[in-house]
Design a binder for this molecule. Sequence first.
Ligand SMILES: *[C@@H]1O[C@H](CO)[C@@H](O)[C@H](O)[C@H]1NC(C)=O
Ligand SMILES: *[C@@H]1O[C@H](CO)[C@@H](O)[C@H](O)[C@H]1NC(C)=O
Ligand SMILES: *[C@@H]1O[C@H](CO)[C@@H](O)[C@H](O)[C@H]1NC(C)=O
Ligand SMILES: *[C@@H]1O[C@H](CO)[C@@H](O)[C@H](O)[C@H]1NC(C)=O
Ligand SMILES: *[C@@H]1O[C@H](CO)[C@@H](O)[C@H](O)[C@H]1NC(C)=O
Ligand SMILES: *[C@@H]1O[C@H](CO)[C@@H](O)[C@H](O)[C@H]1NC(C)=O
Ligand SMILES: *[C@@H]1O[C@H](CO)[C@@H](O)[C@H](O)[C@H]1NC(C)=O
Ligand SMILES: *[C@@H]1O[C@H](CO)[C@@H](O)[C@H](O)[C@H]1NC(C)=O
Ligand SMILES: *[C@@H]1O[C@H](CO)[C@@H](O)[C@H](O)[C@H]1NC(C)=O
Length: 401
Amino acid sequence: MAGLRYIAPALAVAAGAAAQACGGGSGTTTIQSNADATGLSNCQTYSGSIAIATGTTDSIQLSGITSISGSLVANNVTDMTSLAADSLQEIGEEFNLNGLTVLSTLNFPALKKVDTIEWIALPALQGLSFTAGVEEINMLTIDNTQLGSLDGINLQVADTVSVTNNPYLTSVNMQLGNVTKSLTFGANGRDLEIEFPNLIWAYNLTFRNCSDISLPSLASINGSLGFYSNGFKSLSAPNLTSVGGSLSFVSCEEVTNITLPELTTIGGGFLVANNTALEDIDGFSALKTVGGALDFNGAFTNVSLPDLSDVRGAFNLQSTKDIDDACSYFQPLSGQNNVIKGEYTCKGEESNPQGTGTLEPGTNSGSGSSSSTTSSSAAYPMLIPGATGVLGVVAAIFGLL
Ligand SMILES: *[C@@H]1O[C@H](CO)[C@@H](O)[C@H](O)[C@H]1NC(C)=O
Ligand SMILES: *[C@@H]1O[C@H](CO)[C@@H](O)[C@H](O)[C@H]1NC(C)=O
Ligand SMILES: *[C@@H]1O[C@H](CO)[C@@H](O)[C@H](O)[C@H]1NC(C)=O
Ligand SMILES: *[C@@H]1O[C@H](CO)[C@@H](O)[C@H](O)[C@H]1NC(C)=O
Ligand SMILES: *[C@@H]1O[C@H](CO)[C@@H](O)[C@H](O)[C@H]1NC(C)=O
Ligand SMILES: *[C@@H]1O[C@H](CO)[C@@H](O)[C@H](O)[C@H]1NC(C)=O
Ligand SMILES: *[C@@H]1O[C@H](CO)[C@@H](O)[C@H](O)[C@H]1NC(C)=O
Ligand SMILES: *[C@@H]1O[C@H](CO)[C@@H](O)[C@H](O)[C@H]1NC(C)=O
Ligand SMILES: *[C@@H]1O[C@H](CO)[C@@H](O)[C@H](O)[C@H]1NC(C)=O
């Protein structure tokens, strides 16, 4: 910061009449007032990074700059209420905002491309003014804000998306076609409705505490797909044919209808647990192969898997209801050289239905049929009730918070 007094006036002088390239290359310029920001206004392309000093109290308006080759960073600037950049289209590296207690306005009407967005602890930020809409981001993290929507962030392409602890967030709709690493939503607004109309494939997808999820185009998942504690009444993925790792539906207490009619292969385990309103597990009519364990426990009465032809791990059905019909259908399919190769368990009218303990959510390697779920359940086809499963879920949940 010490050098700043010299930098800003020097730039202002050098800038002259015409817009130009400037900045310190790989260095970071720290600004601490709006006058400093104005001093950069003739830098059309800014080479290097810009940071906003912790003690800044002014509203900052970065005018004129169309691209920043490095990062734009504001950490612990607890008195700044507004940050704006009217012409900025691209940030080459990171756009980091962390611990901006009173920031309520973020106005970036031209921004389209950023490598990494990390916005954490912005308790006064309720909306974005991003008119052009950011379309390209490698990594997006939004945690602990008051944003009600992500309008202005309409990604077409992303590697990693994590949106957690934004209690006012009620709608998300992005044009994403694929997610090459992972996408996670959790502990946002209770009524969060998520739409990914064009999402065709993703590596890992995890949804917690969402009220509605629409994935009409989803065709494949390389790793795992998990739904935990969501409030939806029904979930469908009409085009999904394969999940390379595990598929989990856990504690979605209002769901009555899960329909994945084209799903044929699950490379890892298949867990359906504690979805207390789910009576009929009959939406998997094309499912043939489960590479790991199949573990259903809850309060269901009907289980229909008419095409099931290969379960390489354990098979566990346990319900508080009478499931004699299901047990009589599956029992003849069990045995070493039969459809169900691992330990077979089928129990109805259980006061405390248990899982196999072999399928802790989120532990599947996502590497398909050679996953550890497969080998462990095949090698030790014993029931290991409860405990590890609970810890796994608790850990997975708190890991997020
Ligand atoms: C922000 O402040 C917190 C707590 O005062 C501190 O732990 C953290 O390191 C600061 N972050 C930065 C980037 O200065
Ligand atoms: C990923 O999605 C983007 C945007 O829809 C598309 O341009 C790109 O071709 C897709 N890549 C792959 C490998 O599917
Ligand atoms: C996908 O999820 C699995 C299980 O949580 C994890 O081991 C793996 O690293 C994730 N892969 C990516 C690319 O995020
Ligand atoms: C989200 O779900 C978890 C369980 O998966 C639950 O413990 C937590 O209270 C929920 N959070 C919110 C904000 O609803
Ligand atoms: C579903 O898959 C079919 C066949 O691959 C394709 O023609 C159709 O457009 C897909 N539907 C959606 C909503 O993506
Ligand atoms: C994930 O699946 C998509 C679609 O099938 C494929 O294009 C992509 O290469 C896969 N990614 C990895 C890392 O296996
Ligand atoms: C379940 O959902 C599917 C797909 O949305 C729908 O076609 C079907 O009619 C629903 N079934 C019931 C019993 O509501
Ligand atoms: C459950 O299955 C039984 C026998 O197959 C059928 O009579 C009954 O209607 C089903 N229950 C529901 C709620 O679909
Ligand atoms: C389902 O609930 C029971 C009882 O609360 C618990 O023991 C079990 O671990 C839960 N299963 C999962 C997969 O969360």
